[in-house]
Design a binder for this molecule. Structure first.
Ligand SMILES: *[C@@H]1O[C@H](CO)[C@@H](O)[C@H](O)[C@H]1NC(C)=O
Ligand SMILES: *[C@@H]1O[C@H](CO)[C@@H](O)[C@H](O)[C@H]1NC(C)=O
Ligand SMILES: *[C@@H]1O[C@H](CO)[C@@H](O)[C@H](O)[C@H]1NC(C)=O
Ligand SMILES: *[C@@H]1O[C@H](CO)[C@@H](O)[C@H](O)[C@H]1NC(C)=O
Ligand SMILES: *[C@@H]1O[C@H](CO)[C@@H](O)[C@H](O)[C@H]1NC(C)=O
Ligand SMILES: [Fe+2]
Length: 458
C-alpha cells in the first residue's frame, strides 16, 4: 500500500463547543508524481483528447464541450443526440471555436470549445468528436429542471494535482488518482464542484505546459461525462516574467470556458449558475461579485453555495489567515444573504467550520472573535485532492472554536441535496471503503429551516 494509516481515537480539544481534530493520520510518505507517460493520448489519427464539459448557460440547458486535437484543426464540431431515442435518431451538430496559445517554448494543440444550447432537462445525450479511426464517443446527463425540492448530488473536489516538495493543491500524483477513482466509485455525484488548482504545471520548470495536457487526459474519465464547475486557483495564474509570460491565467483561460456572460459577469474568473435546487456563485479570490447575491431567488433555488479558492476560515498553518482580506469584504454579505455553504480548496487538508461570523468588529467594539451565527454559512475546505506532504501536525495548536472538524487526509466530499430544507453532506477519505465517511452532517437550509445542525461525530 502506498500509504498506511494509523487509526487513533478522536481528540477532543478545547472547552465546551470543542471541535474535532481527527488524529486519523496518514504516514508522511512522499507522494510520487505520476509520470507523463501514464497519461498517453488516445489512439487514432488526430483523436480528440482532454475532453471536458461544463454547464454552458445560466439555467442548465446548455453544455460547453471542450477538447484538443493534436495535429489538425478539423473536424471542428461536436455531434450529439438523445441517447435513449430508439428510432430515427436526430443528430445535431455544433461547430467549435478554436484557439491555440504559446507559453514560453510550448505550443498547444488546437483547443476546441463548442456550446450546445437548448437541451432538454433530465435527459441523457451522447456526443461524438473526431473523425475516422480517431472518432470518440461520450455522454452526459442534463440536470433536472430547476426547482426548490429537486434532489441533486454534487461532488466536491479540490486541489487534485500536487507534487512532493510543493505545498499546493491537486497535482498529478497517485493521491489525486485515488481521489478521482474514489469519487467515481461512489457513483453518486452528478456534477463536480471543482475548487481550483488544476494541473500544477507552474511548479515545473518553465511551467511545463505539457502538464496541462496530461491533467486534461487524467480527469477526462470524469470530466467528459459530468460537468465540472470550475474555480480558478492561484496555480492558474501562470505569471512568469522571467520567461516572458505576463498574461495572467493564460493557459487556464484558453483551455477552460465558463458561461460567465450568461450571469452578467464580465470575467470568466467569477460567474454564477443555477442547477437543480442550487444557486452556485463562483467567486474569484481576486474580485468581487456582490450583485449576484441580490438575484438569488430562494423559492426557486433554496440552496445558496459559494465557491472560492482560498478559504476564509482555515486553522491549518499552511495559508493561515490568507483569506482575511476576502473575509472582511465578503463575510457581511454571506451572512446578510444567508449563504448555506462556502466551499474552498487551496489548503491541503480537510476542515469544516461551525456556523460562525466575525462581522461585529469595529475600531471601538473590540469584538474580534468569531461567534455562533445561525445566518452564517458553514465553511468547508476540501483542498485535499492529492497533495504530497504529510501535514498531520500542521494545524494550529489549539483548534479554534469555529473549527468543527479537521483532518490531514486526502479525500473528496459529497453534497446530497434532498429537498428545500435538507442536504446530507459527507466527506470521504481516500483510504476508506467508499461507503465510509470520515465526517458527515445533515445541513439545514438557512432560508427555509435555519435550525442548528449537529454532526454525527463529536
Ligand atoms: C523548452 O525549453 C526547456 C529548457 O531549455 C527544454 O528542457 C525543453 O525541452 C523545451 N521544450 C520544448 C518543447 O522545446
Ligand atoms: C488511422 O487513419 C490514418 C489516416 O486516416 C491512417 O494513416 C492510419 O494508418 C490509421 N491507423 C490505423 C491504426 O488504422
Ligand atoms: C422566485 O421564484 C418563484 C418560483 O419559481 C416565482 O414564483 C417567483 O415569482 C420568483 N420571484 C422573483 C422575485 O422572481
Ligand atoms: C462599534 O460596534 C459597537 C457594538 O456593535 C456599536 O455599538 C458601535 O456603535 C460601533 N461603533 C462604530 C464607530 O461603528
Ligand atoms: C426533506 O428531506 C428530509 C431528509 O430526507 C426529510 O426528513 C424531510 O421530511 C423532507 N421534507 C419534506 C417536506 O419532504
Ligand atoms: Fe491553491
Amino acid at each position: 500500500m502506498w500509504w498506511s494509516v494509523t487509526v487513533l481515537s478522536f481528540l477532543l480539544n478545547g472547552v465546551c463547543e470543542a471541535g474535532i481534530t481527527s488524529s486519523f493520520i496518514r504516514v508522511a510518505a512522499p507522494s510520487i508524481e505520476i509520470p507523463k507517460e501514464d497519461f498517453p493520448p488516445p489512439h487514432g489519427y488526430n483523436a480528440p483528447e482532454q475532453v471536458h464539459i461544463t454547464q454552458g448557460d445560466y439555467t442548465g440547458n446548455g453544455v460547453i464541450v471542450s477538447w484538443v486535437t493534436p495535429v489538425e484543426k478539423y473536424p471542428n464540431f461536436v455531434t450529439y443526440w438523445k441517447a435513449d431515442e430508439k428510432n430515427g435518431i436526430k443528430r445535431n451538430r455544433v461547430r467549435s471555436k478554436i484557439t491555440t496559445y504559446r507559453y514560453y517554448n510550448y505550443s498547444s494543440g488546437y483547443i476546441h470549445h463548442a456550446t450546445i444550447n437548448r437541451l432538454q432537462y433530465n435527459t441523457k445525450y451522447a456526443y461524438e468528436l473526431g473523425h475516422g479511426n480517431g472518432t470518440r464517443q461520450f455522454w452526459f446527463m442534463t440536470p433536472p429542471e430547476i426547482g426548490p425540492d429537486v434532489p441533486y448530488t454534487f461532488g466536491l473536489i479540490g486541489d487534485l494535482m500536487k507534487i512532493d516538495t510543493y505545498i499546493g493543491d491537486l497535482g498529478q500524483t497517485h493521491a489525486s488518482k485515488q481521489t478521482l477513482d474514489h469519487y467515481l466509485a461512489t457513483k453518486k455525484g452528478q456534477t463536480v464542484l471543482f475548487l481550483g488548482d488544476f494541473s500544477y504545471a507552474d511548479v515545473h520548470p518553465f511551467h511545463d505546459n505539457e502538464k496541462w495536457d496530461t491533467y486534461g487526459r487524467f480527469v477526462e474519465k470524469s470530466n467528459a461525462y459530468e460537468p465540472w464547475i470550475y474555480t480558478a486557483g492561484n496555480h492558474e495564474l501562470d505569471l512568469a516574467p522571467e520567461i516572458g509570460e505576463y498574461v495572467l491565467f493564460k493557459p487556464y483561460k484558453h483551455r477552460y470556458r465558463v458561461p460567465f456572460r450568461a450571469s452578467g459577469s464580465t470575467s470568466p474568473l467569477w460567474y454564477s449558475i443555477k442547477r437543480a435546487s442550487a444557486h452556485i456563485i463562483v467567486l474569484s479570490s481576486y474580485s468581487a461579485f456582490e450583485q449576484e447575491l441580490t438575484k438569488v431567488n430562494r423559492s426557486e433555488t433554496p440552496w445558496l453555495i459559494v465557491m472560492m479558492h482560498s478559504p476564509m476560515y482555515n486553522s491549518n498553518n499552511y495559508h493561515f489567515m490568507e483569506g482575511e482580506t476576502m473575509r472582511v469584504v465578503f463575510e457581511p454579505w454571506f451572512v446578510k444573504y444567508k449563504v448555506d455553504l462556502v466551499l474552498s480548496g487551496h489548503v491541503h487538508s480537510y476542515e469544516r467550520s461551525e456556523r460562525v461570523s466575525n462581522i461585529q468588529y469595529n475600531i471601538t467594539s473590540g469584538l474580534s472573535t468569531p461567534v455562533k451565527d445561525p445566518s452564517a454559512p458553514v465553511y468547508i475546505t476540501v483542498g485535499d485532492g492529492g497533495n504530497i506532504e504529510g501535514i498531520a501536525d500542521s494545524f494550529t495548536e489549539h483548534q479554534p472554536d469555529y473549527s468543527a472538524f479537521r483532518e490531514a487526509s486526502f479525500g473528496h466530499a459529497l453534497l446530497e441535496i434532498k429537498n428545500q430544507t435538507h442536504a446530507f453532506y459527507s466527506w470521504h477519505r481516500n483510504q476508506d471503503n467508499v461507503a465510509v465517511s470520515g465526517d458527515s452532517i445533515w445541513f439545514y437550509n438557512r432560508h427555509f429551516y435555519p435550525k442548528e445542525e449537529s454532526s454525527s461525530k463529536g
